[in-house]
Structure formats: structure tokens, C-alpha cells
Design a protein around this ligand. Structure first.
Ligand code: SAH
Length: 390
């Protein structure tokens, strides 16, 4: 097997448990480098560090799959890792719908698997893991005997690995318009055309967090996608709910979701640009009791962090201005590079500019089935804040 030796002077990151090895951290390579192959990694003095897959086309040269020298990477390895990920979800109580595999947090770098009751949706985001797709699918068949498995690899990040964007069935074809249950509600999920894997499981705990503050309230949800927070708000007793999303498709599904739950009389959805609409309503002095904001990631690159922060500040400032005194702002950020303290600081600055006082109700993160590893930065990617605004 090809041997990769780390440079003498590297950051402790890898030795402390981070599975990524960048090209500039590698001193010498003994043996052939075939993109996607499994290699062994050693310190400069020859101490075994771990075993993982290599791709010279990627900035992340090696991603480690194991630190156990006796563990071989084969079909059985994937069966065992997937079983472990499933056992963990069961242990913490995420059984029906869950992010079954959350990449590095499940020691399966660049692999994402969402379980929507009897269906599984997969993303293999690096060459070295993509190679093992047949083994992964076989393992999933064995553990779950699912009604269907689908690949949502239509993701630009794959191109950095020299992989094509693609989507399709990894099992016998099935009806990809499914319904899942969450918190006592039902939601349509379009596995083929929905965003990401079709549904945002990472907000499943946070959707419950609005239960009390929406009672009797007039609620505005901007960036509502398929109306999951809106339907929760109506279900928990809101007087009226208005959801906005730029995507006509998302809005159409949001309407169907409200109907599916018998909440259509309370819910209205509009396909508009939320930035423009919120700006206009601020001018018109329109007011709500609760404003919910869950925009898409504003940046994926470090150069644009400042731009993302400006975006968060603007949208939250408008949200605050649209609230009656004592109203609640429910605000989220899924931008990985904007860390929790940066996000809170941005909300603080928005409040200052809007001349509002904030009282924190709760500050949460992604649902528990998206584990956070303390030795890997940026795994706390979702920020979810509820504040009372005076
Ligand atoms: N809260 C949702 C997820 C929201 S994802 C859930 O839990 O399921 C972000 C949404 O913002 C996407 O649906 C996207 O279509 C929408 N979006 C992006 N830019 C927008 C804009 N300028 N105005 C309104 N919606 C926008």
C-alpha cells in the first residue's frame, strides 16, 4: 500500500483527531498515487497515523477513515460503520427520519445519508468515498431493506474532486414523491427535485422550539422553502401565517403541505424575493408578532464572510423592525464559516442599528442526529436563535 509521510512541522490538528490532510502537510509519498485509492499515513518518523483515501486533484489530499492499523478498508468496513451510525441514531432517539450519516462526524468523510422513513438519500462528495458507493448501497440494503435508495450527487463541490454532478436511483426505481411525519405533522418531500437531499432534517428540533411563542400570533416566515416552520406555527396555534420564498416550486409545495395538515385556512404563501419584500414592508410599517428567518447559506468561501455577515445583519435588522414591541424574532444561519459567536455579534449589531433591546429565549444548533465533534472545527454549522425584541 502507498505510504504518505507527514512533514515534520505540521499543525497538531491531524494528530488531535482531524481526518483531513492537506497537500502542503505531506512531505514524502512512497508508492503510486492513484486517485481514490486507500493509502496509509505516517508521521515523519514513521509512526502510523491512519488509513484513508487519497485524491491529488483535491486540496484535501487524504481523508482518514480509520486510525486503527488493523482495520482494513473493505465492504465489511462500510457495513460496520453504517451499522454504528444507525445504532447511534437509535440510541439518541432519531429513528423514523434522521441524518443517518453526517460525514466526518460518523468517521465517514464526505458521505451524507438522510433517512426519510423507508427511503434513503445519499451524497458521496469526494472521489475516495464515491468509489465505495456499491459497498455502501449493499450495506444499506442489508441493514434497512429500504423501499428505495436515491443519489443526490448534483452538488458543485463534487467538481473539486473531479467528479460529475449526477442524480438517480441506486435501487429499483420508486415513487420519489414521499411523505414524512415530523412532530405530529406530515410533509411532502420531493427526493429528486427538492433542495439538497429534499428536506432539511437539521431544523427538526428547532421547529418544535417555536411551540409557545406562536400561540395566537400573526407570523411571518421568510425563506420558508416548503413551509415547514409555517405549518408548525399554524399547528401550534398561530392566528395567521405568511410564508415567503423565492422559489415557485417551494411555495407550491408549501401550499400542499398546509393542505395536507388541514392548515390551509391559516397559511398563505407567496413566491417573492424576501429581501425586497421585507424592505418594502418595513417602509409601510407592517407589523407581525413573530418573524422567522432561515435564509440559505450566504457564502461557502472565506473571502466572502464579510458579505455574508452584511446579509445577515440586513435581513435581521428588517425582521426586527417588522415586529410589534415584545414580538419574537426566530433567526437561523447555516453558513458554516459564520461561527456562533460571529452570528450572535451580528444580531447584536442589527439590534443596535434598529434601536431594539433583545432578550434571549433560546440559542440552539442543528438537530442531534447531526453530531458535533469537538475536535473538528465548523461542525456546529447551524445557528438557531429566538429573541424577544423590545
Ligand atoms: N426553513 C426551511 C429551509 C429554508 S432553506 C426548512 O426548514 O425547511 C432557504 C430557502 O431560502 C430556500 O427555499 C430558497 O429558495 C430560499 N431563498 C433563497 N434566496 C431567497 C430570497 N432572496 N428570497 C426568498 N427566498 C429565498
Amino acid at each position: 500500500m502507498t505510504k504518505v509521510f507527514l512533514k515534520k512541522k505540521i499543525q497538531n490538528r491531524v494528530l488531535l483527531g482531524h481526518p483531513w490532510i492537506f497537500g502542503n502537510e505531506v512531505g514524502q509519498i512512497d508508492g503510486e498515487v492513484n486517485p481514490g485509492d486507500i493509502v496509509d499515513v505516517f508521521t515523519h518518523t514513521g509512526v502510523f497515523v491512519g488509513r484513508g483515501y487519497i485524491n491529488p486533484q483535491s486540496q484535501i489530499l487524504v481523508r482518514l477513515l480509520t486510525r486503527d492499523k488493523n482495520e482494513q478498508i473493505n465492504d465489511g468496513f462500510f457495513l460496520q460503520r453504517l451499522q454504528k451510525a444507525w445504532d447511534y441514531r437509535k440510541k439518541i432517539g432519531y429513528v423514523e427520519n434522521c441524518r443517518l450519516v453526517f460525514g466526518e462526524a460518523d468517521e465517514l468523510p464526505a458521505l451524507v445519508i438522510d433517512k426519510f422513513n423507508d427511503y434513503l438519500v445519499i451524497q458521496t462528495l469526494a472521489l475516495g468515498i464515491d468509489r465505495w458507493k456499491p459497498a455502501i448501497v449493499a450495506a444499506l440494503e442489508k441493514i434497512f431493506s429500504p423501499k428505495g435508495i436515491y443519489e443526490r450527487n448534483d452538488v458543485p463541490v463534487r467538481e473539486l474532486e473531479g467528479l460529475p454532478q449526477q442524480k438517480g436511483f441506486l435501487s429499483a426505481p420508486f415513487d420519489t414523491n414521499i411523505i414524512l411525519k415530523e412532530n405530529g405533522l406530515k410533509f411532502h418531500v420531493d427526493i429528486v427535485n427538492g433542495q439538497k437531499t429534499g428536506y432539511f432534517l437539521d431544523q427538526q428540533d428547532n421547529r418544535r422550539a417555536i411551540q409557545h411563542i406562536v400561540k395566537g400570533a400573526n407570523v411571518l416566515e421568510a425563506f420558508c422553502y416548503t413551509g415547514t416552520f409555517s405549518c408548525h406555527a399554524a399547528h401550534y396555534g398561530a392566528k395567521s401565517v405568511l410564508g415567503l420564498d423565492i422559489s415557485e416550486n417551494a411555495v407550491a409545495t408549501a401550499r400542499r403541505n398546509a393542505e395536507l395538515n388541514g392548515l390551509q385556512d391559516k397559511c398563505e404563501f407567496q413566491a417573492v424575493n424576501a429581501f425586497d419584500q421585507l424592505k418594502q414592508w418595513t417602509k409601510e410599517d407592517k407589523k407581525f408578532d413573530v418573524v422567522i428567518l432561515d435564509p440559505p447559506a450566504f457564502t461557502k468561501s472565506r473571502e466572502n464572510i464579510q458579505k455574508a455577515i452584511t446579509g445577515y445583519k440586513e435581513i435581521n435588522l428588517r425582521g426586527m423592525k417588522l415586529l410589534k414591541p415584545g414580538g419574537f424574532l426566530v433567526t437561523a444561519s447555516c453558513t458554516n464559516l459564520v461561527d456562533p459567536s460571529m452570528f450572535l455579534e451580528t444580531i447584536h449589531l442589527a439590534a443596535k442599528d434598529a434601536r431594539k433591546k433583545l432578550r434571549q429565549v433560546t440559542f440552539m444548533t442543528q438537530a442531534q442526529d447531526h453530531p458535533i465533534l469537538w475536535n473538528i472545527e465548523n461542525t456546529t454549522y447551524l445557528k438557531f436563535l429566538i429573541v424577544e425584541v423590545q
